[in-house]
Design a protein around this ligand. Structure first.
Ligand SMILES: Cc1ncc(COP(=O)(O)O)c(C=O)c1O
Length: 500
């Protein structure tokens, strides 16, 4: 029998698993190509089923903080597995893990273990509502807190004002009590707010550190109104330091959500916080929350083994390595003349396409090169790319069209100031990284053609994206725009990101 290849497995997978994957980002839609199917992993490397070795910067999105198959973690899981894998009864390691989490995080008085970060965040919202007797959840545009209905509402004025859901299948009713605010601005907190849910360092829209005073401002606003403040530390927890983001940033919430690192690569989440709030949970209180596999023996064994390795020395090393890697990445990107950013907050590191804010001088410069009559399209991909200065710049240059996903609250601003307005790009769909298929681009070109005269010169600014999407999208756009009778005057050579 011929051994499977990535392609053959992906083809088979697509027949029986939607999109061929069990979590959408794994489908490679935003980067193109066939996903690699992992055969095994060790330390910093994974090997695919074709025997190809990769340096793995994914590390299960941070869940494998010690690298793959760390000997102590493997041994702990092996030993635990030999003793039985699930009992429907409490085990000692659940107590040990809960004690360890509470020991590390000041203010974390009680925790409940779950099987995922989604469950943790969803349950934190429920206990907050139960404890306060209030309905409203405030979250921030671009923040991700798992895929529960109330928290999927990802933002945008439509979502905030009209309670629209950001995913098909989520009813307006399910998000009617969810308010989405722009990240890094302290919103009005009404006395109907049960909980303000925030990633203390926003790590699901690129990597956006909290603005000075933002978290402190949230703390004060919650204190003023009696709302609870919840830090979703599924990413930052035990990654930013021994006590996570709350310790590193010096703001103490009422509730926390954890995941990833605490499971040592196995399915485990946790939510916890103030004793008086957590005591609202069944069996002590009226808020129901449960799970057959919650506090699973294998996951707690792995979590404890990982946390045992994560001392101050480990965090210093992590910080150092992230700094080194970030510096090297930035140098390589600069060398290749790719104006990408490499934002870093402690050991959290990301290599990103540039934000428009970071790229504003280049945008201004580019816009200057065109006569005022040129029609200009600007592509936004991400809510974090909007900032007031960039919007003012676009408005001043009379940018005619701004494309964005629907999560971007400041779209309203652009809408008012632009001569044409905007297209809601991902109507009815939420995607972690928007992926522009032919169909969507076709619609864009069609709408452009409808508004602009055939024969108009068009210029499209695509954000430079080191993953190659922008180049691909720019070429597609050029072709489609031409078909629609518009005139992109130059199709970019490979590596170029603008049509001009
Ligand atoms: C901040 C944050 N919260 C919650 C979740 C959901 O966790 P899970 O994927 O384990 O359900 C994630 C997942 O990436 C996350 O980044």
């Amino acid at each position: 029998m011929t051994p499977p290849t990535n392609r053959s497995l992906f083809e088979r997978a697509q027949r029986v698993i939607p999109g061929g994957v069990n979590s959408p980002v794994r489908a490679f839609r935003s980067v193109g190509g066939t996903p690699y199917f992992v055969a095994r992993a060790q330390g910093a490397h994974v090997w695919d089923v074709e025997g190809r070795r990769y340096v793995d910067y994914v590390q299960s999105y941070g869940a494998s903080i010690l690298g793959h198959a760390h000997p102590r973690v493997v041994e702990a899981v092996r030993r635990a597995a030999g003793e039985g894998t699930t009992f429907g009864a409490p085990t000692e390691r659940e107590v040990l893990l809960a004690e360890e989490l509470c020991r590390r995080v000041a203010g974390l008085e009680m925790v409940r273990l779950t099987s995922s970060g989604t469950e943790a965040a969803m349950s934190a919202v429920r206990v907050a509502r139960g404890a306060t007797g209030r309905p409203t959840v405030v979250k921030f545009a671009g923040g991700y807190h798992g895929h529960s209905d109330a928290l999927l509402a990802a933002g945008g004025s439509g979502v905030a004002d009209q309670g629209l859901s950001a995913s098909a299948g989520v009813t307006p009713g399910a998000v009617a009590d969810t308010v989405v605010a722009p990240y890094n601005r302290v919103p009005e907190i009404g006395d109907d707010v049960a909980v303000v849910m925030v990633e203390p360092v926003a790590a699901n829209m690129g990597l956006v550190p909290p603005a000075p005073g933002f978290l402190q401002g949230l703390r004060q606003a919650c204190d003023r109104t009696g709302a609870l403040l919840c830090f979703d530390e599924v990413i930052t927890g035990f990654r930013l330091g021994p006590g996570g983001a709350s310790q590193r940033l010096g703001v103490r919430p009422d509730l926390w959500c954890f995941g990833k690192v605490i499971g040592g690569g196995l399915p485990l989440g946790a939510f916890g916080g103030r004793r008086d709030v957590m005591e609202q949970l069944a069996p002590l209180g009226p808020v129901y929350q449960a799970g057959t596999l919650s506090g699973n023996p294998l996951a707690t064994a792995a979590g404890l083994a990982v946390l045992a390795e994560l001392d101050d020395v480990a965090y210093t090393m992590l910080d150092g390595r992230a700094t080194e890697l970030g510096t090297m990445l930035a140098a390589v990107l600069a060398d290749a003349d790719l104006p990408a950013q490499v934002p870093r907050v402690g050991p959290l590191l990301l290599q990103l396409p540039p934000t428009l804010a970071a790229d504003r001088p280049r945008l201004a410069d580019t816009l200057d090169r065109f006569p005022a009559s040129t029609r200009v399209a600007v592509e936004f991909r991400h809510p974090s790319w909007f900032d007031d200065d960039t919007l003012s710049l676009l408005a001043a240059r009379n940018v005619a069209l701004v494309l964005a996903d629907r999560r971007s609250r400041p779209l309203g601003l652009v809408e008012r100031t632009a001569d044409w307005g905007y297209v809601r790009f991902h109507e009815g769909r939420a995607r972690p990284w928007p992926c522009y298929g032919d169909q969507a681009l076709g619609r864009w070109a069609e709408r452009l053609a409808a508004r602009w005269r055939p024969g108009d010169d068009v210029f499209a600014f695509f954000n430079n994206d080191p993953r190659g999407c922008a180049v691909r999208d720019a070429c597609r756009f050029a072709t489609l725009a031409q078909r629609q009778g518009l005139r992109p005057t130059r199709v970019p050579a490979s590596g170029e990101v603008t049509i001009s």
